[in-house]
Design a protein around this ligand. Structure first.
Ligand SMILES: CC(C)(COP(=O)(O)OP(=O)(O)OC[C@H]1O[C@@H](n2cnc3c(N)ncnc32)[C@H](O)[C@@H]1OP(=O)(O)O)[C@@H](O)C(=O)NCCC(=O)NCCS
Length: 151
């Protein structure tokens, strides 16, 4: 398995993985636009086949933000998510930021457990964050001394 930069040929496949992974989609156009904006965008490739992706950026100067991460449901629990997140964290860590934060559905116990493995901590829950009415748990990984400001 390799982790490499996203390129536009991966767009359809990444969208497919996002669709199978979330109730609410960013939409293929949003992926294209985020890529054109120059966000961090990596894919995991296994035997020539894209099986996962991660998108991240820096928000409000001092905060790394994981926008989205997902692995094809047929390839989960094989370490692809870990490889993607490790790479994203290592890129963000090289920049002068205080922490990395993300939002995760309050009912997504698997993902919350996944992030805990990286020492992400729970900051708070934002009620009604998603269109479904579900709340979002805000999690953060402190990288150096600084305040947390995820909104
Ligand atoms: C979260 C996600 C990206 C993890 O990807 P993955 O490739 O399956 O993760 P890994 O194989 O690297 O898992 C590493 C560890 O995280 C934990 N973990 C991962 N998925 C888990 C789950 N569903 N339940 C409990 N623990 C889980 C385990 O400790 C796992 O180690 P183990 O398999 O040795 O027990 C994947 O489940 C996914 O795409 N989910 C749907 C989309 C999503 O929820 N994204 C994050 C929301 S913001």
């Amino acid at each position: 398995m390799i982790i490499r930069k996203f390129n536009p040929n991966d767009l359809k496949r990444v969208f497919e993985i996002e669709n199978m992974s979330f109730d609410q989609s960013y939409g293929i156009k949003m992926f294209q636009q985020l890529y054109e904006m120059g966000i961090g965008f990596l894919v995991a490739e296994h035997e020539g086949h894209v099986i996962g992706y991660v998108m991240f950026w820096i928000k409000y100067e001092f905060n790394g933000h994981i926008i989205s991460i997902a692995v094809d449901e047929n390839y989960r629990r094989l370490g692809a998510g870990t490889k993607l997140l490790v790479k994203a964290i290592s890129i963000l860590s090289m920049l002068n930021i205080d922490n990395i934060y993300l939002e995760v559905n309050e009912h997504n116990d698997g993902a919350i457990e996944f992030y805990r493995r990286f020492n992400f901590q729970i900051d708070r829950t934002v009620p009604n964050y998603y269109a479904s009415g579900d709340g979002a748990v805000i999690m953060y990984l402190p990288l150096r001394k600084g305040h947390i400001s995820s909104n």
